[in-house]
Design a protein around this ligand. Structure first.
Ligand SMILES: [Zn+2]
Length: 391
C-alpha cells in the first residue's frame, strides 16, 4: 500500500502521561519534573485534539519480559530499596547522586518501561506507525546496574519484547541524545539483529566516556555498533553533515523491520549538561529525514521516538515539539499561546513562546578545535566502520 494512503489511515501516536512527572529524582537533580511539565503542555496544545494524532496510555510491564533485559537480583534489590524509600547498593549503581533512591522510584521506572514496551508491541502489530513518548529512552541503564539517571532501560526491554514476538527481527536503534547510548549498545554488543547508531558529544569530554568509532560490536555482533563522537561546540550544520553521511547508509544497507529512535535534546545549545550547540530546528530537520528514510527504505515503516535527555525546560519543550513536528509532518506555529507561558510561570518555570529559532553558528573561539577534532573522529570512523558499511 502507498505510504501516503497508510498515513491517512493511521494517526501519529503520542504518549505523554501525567504520571511521568513522578520520574522526579530530586528538586536539585537535573532529572526533575520541571523538565517535562512545559513540554507536556506544549505538545498537548499543538498536537492533541488535531485529527492526525491519537493519545495513547502506558501499558503494564510484563515481569517475564523485564527479566529478559534485567537480572533478577538487580530488580529485587531495586524494588526492595524503592519500598524502603532510602538506602544504597553501590554494586548495582543504586543510591548514588545520579541514581538516588526514593519511595516509589521502581514504580516510576516501570511506568516508563511499560510505556515504551507496550507502544513498541502495538506498533509491531501494524504495518505503519510513527510515535513519540515523552519520557522514554533511559539508555544508560545496564542489565545489572543503574547509571546516568536511568534504573531500567526501557529501550532494552522493548527490544526483548519485540524479539520474543519475532526472534530475528531487525531493529535499528538510533540515538541522537547528547550522551552516548552505552546501555543499549553494550547489552546488544553481540547481536547482529540490533544495529545501534549513536551520535553524541565525545566521551573524551563527557559522561559516560564511551562511544568511540572502534566500539564496533563483538562476535556475531561485530559491525553492528556504530558511533560518531562529536567535539564540544559542534553546531547545526556540521552535525547535519555527519548525520546525512551516516544515517541514510544505515537504513539502506541494514533494512530494519523496526526503528527505535532515542531523540534526546540535551545537545541543545542552552542545555546545562553539555557543550553541543544544536537548536530545535536541527531536531525538526533530522526528524523529517528519519521519517523520509523510514518511508523510502522500510516495507512497513515504523519509528518509535523517545524523549530521552534534555534539562533546560524551555529548550526541551521547544525541541521535542520540533521532533514531533518533523516526524509527523504537522506544522508548528511560530509562537506558543500566552496560556502556556502563564501555566508554566505559575509553576515557577520561565519559558519563551517562540517555537522556532535560527540555526546555530560556529563559535570563532573554538572553530579550529571543533573542525580539527571532528576531522580526527571522522577519520577514525571511516577506518573502523568503513569495513562494514560504505560510508
Ligand atoms: Zn543525555
Amino acid at each position: 500500500m502507498d505510504s501516503e494512503v497508510r498515513r491517512l489511515q493511521q494517526k501519529f501516536s503520542l504518549l505523554i502521561d501525567e504520571r511521568m512527572l513522578g520520574y522526579h529524582l530530586g528538586d536539585s537533580h537535573p532529572m526533575n519534573s520541571n523538565r517535562l511539565f512545559p513540554a507536556m503542555h506544549l505538545l498537548r496544545e499543538n498536537f492533541v485534539n488535531t485529527e492526525d494524532f491519537e493519545l495513547v496510555l502506558p501499558g503494564k510491564v510484563d515481569r517475564q519480559v523485564l527479566l529478559k533485559a534485567h537480572d533478577e537480583d538487580y530488580v529485587k534489590k531495586f524494588e526492595e530499596l524503592s519500598e524502603i524509600g532510602e538506602g544504597e547498593a553501590p554494586e548495582y549503581g543504586l543510591g548514588t547522586s545520579d541514581c538516588p533512591i526514593f519511595r516509589g522510584v521502581s514504580e516510576a521506572s516501570e511506568l516508563i518501561v511499560g510505556s515504551t514496551t507496550s507502544l513498541a508491541e502495538s506498533m509491531y502489530q501494524k504495518d505503519y506507525g510513527f510515535a513519540f513518548i515523552l519520557m522514554g529512552g533511559l539508555h544508560h541503564a545496564r542489565s545489572n546496574r543503574a547509571s546516568g539517571f536511568c534504573y531500567y532501560n526501557d529501550i532494552n526491554v522493548a527490544i526483548k519484547a519485540l524479539q520474543s514476538k519475532k526472534p530475528d527481527i531487525k531493529i535499528l536503534y538510533l540515538d541522537t541524545d547528547l550522551h552516548h547510548g552505552d546501555g543499549t549498545q553494550f547489552d546488544f554488543f553481540n547481536d547482529p539483529n540490533i544495529l545501534t547508531v549513536s551520535f553524541h558529544e565525545s566521551g573524551e569530554y563527557l559522561f559516560p566516556g564511551t562511544g568511540f568509532p572502534n566500539e564496533v560490536g563483538e562476535n556475531e555482533g561485530e559491525g553492528f555498533s556504530v558511533n560518531m563522537p562529536l567535539m564540544p561546540y559542534t553546531w547545526d550544520e556540521m552535525y547535519l553533515q555527519r548525520f546525512r553521511e551516516i544515517v541514510p547508509v544505515m537504513f539502506e544497507s541494514f533494512r530494519p523491520d523496526f526503528v527505535i529512535w532515542q531523540a534526546g535534546v540535551d545537545g541543545h545549545k542552552d542545555d546545562p549538561l553539555g557543550h553541543l550547540q544544536l537548536t530545535s530546528g536541527l531536531y525538526r530537520t533530522i526528524a523529517k529525514e528519519v521519517r523520509q528514510l523510514a518511508e523510502s527504505t522500510m516495507d512497513a515503516p515504523r519509528v518509535l521516538s523517545l524523549g530521552g535527555g534534555g534539562y533546560n525546560p524551555n529548550s526541551v519543550a521547544r525541541s521535542w515539539a520540533n521532533v514531533v513536528s518533523g516526524l509527523s509532518g504537522h506544522r508548528l506555529p511560530d509562537k506558543a499561546s500566552a496560556d502556556w507561558v502563564e501555566l508554566c510561570s505559575a509553576r515557577g518555570i520561565e519559558v519563551t513562546p517562540e517555537l522556532h529559532e535560527s540555526p546555530s553558528q560556529p563559535s570563532e573561539e573554538y572553530l579550529y578545535d571543533v573542525i580539527a577534532g571532528n576531522e580526527r573522529y571522522e577519520f577514525d570512523f571511516r577506518f573502523n566502520i568503513g569495513r562494514y558499511f560504505s560510508v
